[in-house]
Design a protein around this ligand. Structure first.
Ligand code: F6P
Length: 360
């Protein structure tokens, strides 16, 4: 087993609160074990362009625990394996360049912090021989193999606060307020924020909706005197027999951009109920800002565990939250799959019991 003396760390995909907490934990845990760390900027680009990497010492990561974003930068422009890469040194096959640079800069292993896309790319490099450990990141909470990924709690907390604020104005004007939250393929943010924020309707990608049923729920509320309603819509929610709302088509390996689901639902509900309706898109506000205490702790545990696994020579795995432990799971069991909301899960069941409509 090769001994690990120098590791690279990178962040890929859309950012999520807690990325810096992982970087900090990796650098501190590595340094305390006599291992050097090279920070790779803009995901795997840090192994393509020599100027996009820099040594990271504990001094460099002091104070970043509570910061959103990532001090290393990130990209989410799809799968780099699909196209060759041009640098001042010439044009290269992307994967070959990464493998070459990994050896040239003297790395022994990588910590790859990212979502499904970055973990899939990491798995490919792992199969090609790079010793690495993945760390799951996404506000959408849709990575399989782990109970939760950091970023999710921060996004849910923000969305819940937004719902609290919208409640007062919705009630004052007796309006319907529609709130669009992120969640392309999975409705975890909508479900958790919706329940925590007392939403009356929660529309998620896993349950195609019928707006007549949603309108009925709103009329029922009016009938017993509520006279306002809060509707949470995941960006990936779609009507029964219909399609998701897309604002930009997929291009190459870059997936389509979603948007407009909240607006569509708001317009239709206004027409169906005759009630004044407004909509709000929380968008990237859910990804920005400081991580919650939960996310800082989870991210720190992930970073510490990733270094521990590398030092034990356990590669090709992702650290995962299996309470009360952080455990390794094989990357091959994770990539290419999506962790969606099980329709029979406790939270859906409880929400239904309280009269929340899922539009079905
Ligand atoms: O994967 C997280 C996510 O927040 C999705 O819910 C959303 O569709 C996507 O990122 C948007 O990413 P961007 O606008 O950065 O391309």
């Amino acid at each position: 087993m090769p001994s690990v003396k120098k590791i690279g760390v990178l962040t890929g995909g859309g950012d999520a609160p807690g990325l810096n907490a992982v970087i900090r934990a990796v650098v501190k845990a590595a340094s305390n074990n006599g291992v050097g760390v090279l920070g790779l900027e803009d995901s795997f680009d840090g192994l393509i362009y020599p100027e996009k990497s820099r040594p990271l010492t504990p001094r460099d990561v002091t104070g970043i625990l509570r910061l959103g974003g990532t001090v290393l930068g990130t990209v989410n422009r799809g799968n780099p394996f699909h196209s060759p890469i041009t640098t001042p040194d010439g044009t290269f096959d992307y994967a070959a360049r990464v493998m070459d640079m990994f050896a040239r800069v003297g790395l022994d292993a990588l910590v790859c912090i990212g979502g499904d896309g970055t973990l899939a790319i990491s798995y490919e490099f792992s199969k090609m021989g790079i010793p690495l450990v993945g760390v799951p990141k996404t506000i959408d909470n849709d990575i399989v193999g782990t109970n939760s990924s950091f970023g999710f709690d921060s996004a849910v907390s923000f969305a819940t606060e937004a719902l609290d604020r919208l409640h007062t104005t919705a009630e004052a004007h007796r309006r319907i307020m529609v709130v669009e939250v992120m969640g392309r393929y999975a409705g975890w943010i909508a479900l958790h924020a919706g329940v925590a924020g007392g939403a009356d309707v929660i529309l998620i990608p896993e349950i195609p909706y019928d707006l007549e049923r949603v309108a009925r729920c709103i009329r029922d509320r009016d009938a017993w005197g509520a006279r306002f309603s809060i509707v949470v819509v995941a960006e990936g929610a779609r009507p029964k027999g219909g399609e998701v709302s897309v604002i930009e088509k997929a291009q190459g390996s870059h997936p389509e951009r979603l948007g407009g689901a909240g607006m569509q639902v708001a317009k239709a509900l206004e027409a169906l109920t005759g009630k004044e309706t407004r909509y709000v898109v929380l968008g990237h506000l859910q990804r920005g800002g400081a991580p919650t205490a939960f996310d800082r702790t989870l991210a720190t545990r992930f970073g510490g565990k990733a270094v521990e696994l590398l030092l034990e020579g356990r590669f090709g795995v992702m650290v995962a939250n299996h309470p009360p432990d952080i455990v390794p799971v094989p990357l091959e069991d994770v990539v290419g799959r999506t962790r969606t909301v099980p329709l029979d899960c406790d939270l859906v069941h409880t929400a239904r019991a309280l009269g929340v409509s899922f539009g079905d």
